[in-house]
Design a protein around this ligand. Structure first.
Ligand code: SF4
Length: 120
């Protein structure tokens, strides 16, 4: 059965309000987008919503106690709380280089978690 939902496209700062007509996970029509990335965002949001994740992890032996980290690619939205729970218990050893992998293949997704900065 066709259904219409409103989504805010977060692909760029324009933040277009998309009216998305869909049947289950299949997009039938999108209006309100200012470029063709809007319909792609709508389809991804319905079938496999993902978000970049940025947080901190504990550091052992460093000049600071927390290291900012981020996912190397958008992470499945439904598993973000699970990822944050793993990262809460993770402790990395200083020194750390920016973009160093601190958690490889997080939750078996193939997505690494990387250090946002150097920390010695
Ligand atoms: S539809 Fe295009 S212009 Fe609008 S927010 Fe998405 S990416 Fe930006």
């Amino acid at each position: 059965m066709e259904q219409t939902d409103t989504l805010i496209c977060i692909t760029c700062p324009m933040g277009c309000s998309l009216a998305v007509v869909h049947e289950g996970q299949t997009v039938i029509q999108v209006t309100g987008n200012h470029c063709n990335r809007g319909p792609r965002y709508a389809q991804a949001e319905l079938s496999d919503p993902r978000r970049m994740v940025a947080t901190t992890v504990k550091v052992r032996g460093g000049s600071k106690r927390l290291l900012p980290v981020y996912t190397a690619a958008p992470f499945p939205k439904s598993r973000i709380f699970e990822l944050l729970a793993v990262l809460r218990n993770l402790e990395v050893e200083a020194p750390v280089r920016a973009d160093q992998v601190v958690l490889a293949n997080a939750l078996g997704t193939g997505i690494d978690v990387l250090a946002s900065r150097d920390l010695s």
